[in-house]
Design a protein around this ligand. Structure first.
Ligand code: SF4
Ligand code: MG
Length: 335
């Protein structure tokens, strides 16, 4: 899937450039990477709040990539996005009950008095009381507001929930309880979940599988335990080396790898050069080399000229780095 934007100053922002993710029913896929790597854009395309420029988004086998708003409407009950900041995603003029009831009514999930019952049931499931239905969002705490967003997202039993940094706008003291709630509900309901975060402890706890994004592309994908035990891509190694070790008994004696420089702009990824203009054709541009080469501690000449393909390695993993061998042997970026 690709999502490119026309930049105001000209040029193309390649926010998402060839990302492919499959989320199975009941599966939690973590999407990690620095701010600006394109994670949120992937999430927005996955629930069709944004339209991919190329490629497709399938939900339950239906290609929803380019459906009109109208055609999407009946399908919207199947997928939902939980935003980072509940304060901006909940309509302040509506009561909590109205907020949760809206999709229930819209998708005819329940009618008449059953709507209120459904609202109260959902409030209970997210740890709130029936009385909360008559309050307005501003009367609630940040954690309670995020519980409301979750209740709304789950109101019509979706198949896919995209949670984009669902706790990062919350007080540290309530982050764990909201994450636990999401984890419990996911296990009970069995919906697929794309969990977007830069909180590595949270993703290790919640995700079955993790995809690591760098500058609009996935550079590594692996089952969670394997990724943490042996990250293969130098960028993943750097990312995990910066994470606090939550359990001191688990000795992850990993040296911190400090990356120099900022994330390059997706408007002008490293080693962009004009492509040869095909006779009579339009001028295009291509990218050479590894996108991580400007910051990679292990960079070689080859990395500057040849794009490393995302390829399968043993253990149900994928990685894009020239230095990782086909049997999965990887160099240590900290060495
Ligand atoms: Fe680093 Fe080269 Fe591997 Fe890219 S391909 S991650 S620059 S070693
Ligand atoms: Mg984001």
């Amino acid at each position: 899937m690709k999502r490119h934007f026309g930049a105001s100053g000209g040029g193309t922002v390649r926010a998402v450039d060839g990302v492919s993710i499959t989320i199975g029913r009941g599966e939690v896929v973590g999407l990690v990477g620095e701010s600006g790597s394109g994670k949120s854009t992937v999430g927005r395309c996955a629930v069709r709040l944004d339209e991919p420029t190329a490629g497709t988004v399938h939900i339950n086998g239906t290609d929803v990539s380019h459906l009109s708003r109208r055609a999407l409407r009946p399908l919207r009950k199947d997928f939902h996005l939980v935003f980072q900041d509940p304060s901006s995603s909940l309509d302040p003029r509506m009561t909590v009950g109205q907020i949760i009831a809206e999709p229930v009514r819209l998708h005819r999930y329940a009618r008449g008095t059953a709507v209120r019952e459904r609202v109260e049931q959902l409030l209970g499931q997210v740890g709130l009381r029936p009385e909360h239905a008559d309050r307005h969002p501003h009367e609630l705490s940040g954690g309670q507001r995020q519980r409301i967003s979750i209740a709304r997202a789950l109101s019509c039993d979706p198949d896919l929930v995209v949670a984009d940094e669902p706790t990062s706008a919350l007080d540290v003291s309530v982050q764990a309880s909201v994450l636990n709630l999401l984890a419990d509900l996911q296990r009970d309901r069995g919906f697929g979940c794309l969990f977007i975060t830069h909180d590595l402890a949270a993703v290790e706890y919640l995700a079955d599988r993790i995809a690591v994004m760098y500058l609009g592309q996935i550079v590594e994908q692996a089952p969670t335990a394997e990724l943490f035990a042996s990250p293969k891509h130098p960028y993943t190694q750097a990312l995990l080396s910066a994470a606090p070790v939550p359990d001191p008994v688990v000795q992850r004696s990993r040296e911190r790898i400090v990356l120099h420089g900022d994330l390059p702009s997706p408007l002008d990824p490293p080693t962009r050069r004009a492509a040869a203009t095909p006779a009579g054709g339009a001028t295009g541009s291509v990218f050479d080399g590894c996108r991580f080469h400007t910051r990679c501690p292990l960079v070689t000449d080859r990395c500057r000229t040849e794009v490393p393909a995302l390829r399968e390695i043993p253990g149900g993993r994928q990685v894009s780095c020239h230095l990782v061998t086909d049997d999965g042997t990887a160099p240590d970026a900290a060495a």
